[in-house]
Design a protein around this ligand. Structure first.
Ligand SMILES: *[C@@H]1O[C@H](CO)[C@@H](O)[C@H](O)[C@H]1NC(C)=O
Ligand SMILES: *[C@@H]1O[C@H](CO)[C@@H](O)[C@H](O)[C@H]1NC(C)=O
Ligand SMILES: *[C@@H]1O[C@H](CO)[C@@H](O)[C@H](O)[C@H]1NC(C)=O
Ligand SMILES: *[C@@H]1O[C@H](CO)[C@@H](O)[C@H](O)[C@H]1NC(C)=O
Ligand SMILES: *[C@@H]1O[C@H](CO)[C@@H](O)[C@H](O)[C@H]1NC(C)=O
Ligand SMILES: *[C@@H]1O[C@H](CO)[C@@H](O)[C@H](O)[C@H]1NC(C)=O
Ligand SMILES: *[C@@H]1O[C@H](CO)[C@@H](O)[C@H](O)[C@H]1NC(C)=O
Ligand SMILES: *[C@@H]1O[C@H](CO)[C@@H](O)[C@H](O)[C@H]1NC(C)=O
Ligand SMILES: [Ca+2]
Length: 524
């Protein structure tokens, strides 16, 4: 088969382009001059005949791997309003299975997610990813640009869906049979916005580690960094001289103590706390004794113990309402935890407050508190909050929503994904398992932010190269969602792999992951 198809390709390759009725290369290049889509300019169209590293537009990265070639790569800009525009890339593979996939973003960016484009096209989707309405990782383009904020908050994903589907229809001569969305982190928040605001756009949606309740999440990120002394996102003013600061050398002692207290709660000493919400971490166990003021045993001072107490306590408003769950015990061991505990005030929180909430370039974060978060709530730029349980329209159109969250996520609490599930369940009066008819949450013990971490945490989520280790719907959330949407076969569990032959079933909330003496099983 492989030989035959290579032969066929090389014979075709000898023919002049005009001799072929359906020459994908000529068809691709022609898009630039022939296609006219509303508010849209095709900036470039390139046919990529073989796997290659190609250069990329925008400031986020300079090159991208295209492993799923041959495909047509289209770079376009969609004017969403007179003062805002979304730049996007659509990758249209020769071997197309008729499906469309919209892709999300991360942080406050600004960056076309090329690893996702490559992954989606490797599964033969026609895929589109955008810059979310502004270029780069900084939030500065949001400043005094409310329409750019709207693109970021909800509109870019809709624009890429509408224009992307038209582009697909024009290129292949037939509209996509099914439409999907996949994103993680901010992409998970965008996925949620899509279901809430544009329920018709997608038949199936994957939301990884969703940044839902985002005003509280961003405020919490700022406070986490503030708890350990950070007062500024500026590298010239780091917190390493603060009495509250916990140095990189000291954190392993904190993690070791957390594991000592909580690793065994699930019955297995494996470095993974299966249910971190069961971990009642006693921070006082780390306080230096009277004879150990120099921290020679990795013990903590009173100020540092107080910082930990804040970090591992739920975030409450001034009036005592829960704003955001506590930091996940165990997640501090992930390398990305440095983004909140490294000594700089969270740049995401800082950019959001300065550029989207206060509309200023400079702000002093020394007294950052829940009062700032109340202001985030009051202004809620672009309606970005994304904490609404009314999924009724998405449910009614037959949409399927698959969400996953790592239980060792250092940046977004997986407990918040439980909160979101519970909110939708109560809003729609669909107690589990009824809500699972269209909305399923898979919790992944040991996994960090979107991928990686400890244990078998790869299940075809994309985001990062190499997550599709076992290419079938039991081990791959994209294929599982396709089966659910197109075949009615809802995934009961997701099986993670680690590339070394180890696997673990990941259970859907509120079912628990339990060690039965021989294996991990999902038990109600
Ligand atoms: C998009 O906006 C730019 C800048 O205002 C303008 O030059 C361009 O013609 C617009 N394109 C379309 C297709 O409306
Ligand atoms: C793309 O670049 C990476 C990293 O430099 C390299 O390992 C890989 O072989 C390249 N792939 C192709 C198809 O050129
Ligand atoms: C085109 O832009 C106008 C406003 O500039 C907007 O009302 C309309 O919805 C846009 N169309 C698409 C397909 O985005
Ligand atoms: C993975 O499986 C899907 C669905 O069966 C298929 O379309 C795709 O080509 C496979 N990819 C690889 C790399 O084997
Ligand atoms: C820590 O150093 C910064 C300058 O990097 C300085 O502004 C700040 O006052 C110092 N804080 C303490 C507690 O020494
Ligand atoms: C702590 O360190 C200082 C300076 O190195 C030393 O003088 C002091 O004796 C030490 N204290 C203890 C309790 O070890
Ligand atoms: C910042 O500007 C937006 C409009 O773009 C406005 O809604 C908001 O209230 C402003 N923030 C403050 C603190 O005035
Ligand atoms: C922070 O609070 C302290 C104590 O109330 C106050 O003296 C200081 O001016 C505040 N700093 C800022 C930047 O608001
Ligand atoms: Ca364990």
């Amino acid at each position: 088969m492989v030989f035959l198809s290579l032969l066929a390709t090389s014979i075709l390759g000898l023919l002049p382009a005009f001799a072929r009725a359906d020459d994908p290369s000529a068809k691709c290049l022609a898009l630039k001059n022939t296609l006219s889509l509303e508010n849209t300019t095709i900036l470039d169209a390139t046919y990529i005949a073989a796997p290659a590293n190609v250069s990329t537009p925008g400031s986020c990265q300079s090159s991208a791997l295209i492993s799923a070639a041959p495909l047509c790569r289209v770079y376009l800009v969609i004017n969403t309003t007179a003062t805002s525009a979304v730049h996007a890339e659509a990758w249209l593979p020769d071997t197309w299975y008729g499906r469309f996939m919209g892709l999300g973003n991360g942080g406050l960016n600004g960056c076309i997610e090329y690893a996702d484009l490559d992954y989606a096209t490797s599964l033969h989707f026609a895929a589109i990813g955008s810059d979310n309405g502004h270029d780069g990782s900084s939030g500065l383009p949001l400043l005094n640009h409310p329409e750019v904020i709207n693109d970021f908050a909800f509109r870019a994903i809709h624009a890429e869906a509408v224009i992307g589907k038209q582009l697909v229809a024009a290129y292949y001569g037939t509209p996509p049979s099914m439409s999907y969305f996949s994103g993680c982190s901010t992409g998970g928040r965008q996925a949620t916005q899509a279901a809430l605001r544009f329920p018709a756009d997608f038949d199936g949606i994957i939301a990884g580690a969703p940044a839902t309740d985002s005003n509280h999440l961003l405020g919490w990120s700022g406070l986490l960094s503030h708890y350990v002394g950070a007062t500024s996102p500026d590298t010239a003013v780091d917190a390493s001289n603060s009495s509250k600061f916990i140095s990189p050398a000291l954190w392993p002692a904190v993690s070791a103590e957390i594991l000592r207290q909580c690793d065994g709660l699930d019955g297995v000493q494996d470095g993974i706390i299966t249910e971190p919400d069961d971990c009642e971490f006693d921070v006082d166990a780390l306080r230096c004794g009277a004879g150990n003021v120099n921290q020679t045993d990795g013990c903590l001072t009173e100020d540092q113990v107080e910082a930990l107490r804040n970090i591992y306590s739920p975030l409450l408003s001034a009036s005592g309402q829960l704003l955001y769950p506590r930091y996940t015990p165990g997640a501090e061991a992930d390398p990305f935890a440095a983004a909140v505990f490294g000594g700089l005030f969270s740049s995401l929180a800082a950019d959001w407050e300065r550029y989207a909430v206060l509309n200023v370039t400079e702000h002093d974060f020394s007294n950052f508190s829940v009062h700032d978060i109340a202001l985030f709530d009051a202004i809620n730029p672009g309606g970005a909050a994304t904490f609404d349980g009314d999924f009724s329209a998405f449910q009614a159109r037959g949409g399927k929503f698959l969400t996953y969250h790592g239980r060792r996520d250092p940046l977004i609490s997986s407990t918040n994904s439980k909160r979101m599930y519970d909110l939708i369940s109560s809003t729609l009066s669909l107690p589990p398992p009824l809500i699972d008819d269209f909305y399923r949450l898979f919790l992944v013990p040991g996994m960090g932010h979107c991928f990686g971490g400890v244990g078998p945490t790869s299940f075809g989520q994309g985001i990062f190269p190499g997550t599709n280790l076992v290419n079938d719907s039991a081990h791959n959330v994209v294929l599982a969602l396709v089966d659910w949407v197109e075949g009615g076969a809802a995934p009961a569990v997701i099986v993670g792999a680690d590339g070394e032959g180890n696997e673990r079933v990941h259970c859907r909330y509120p079912i628990r992951s339990v060690w039965d003496g021989e294996a991990w099983v999902c038990e109600e």
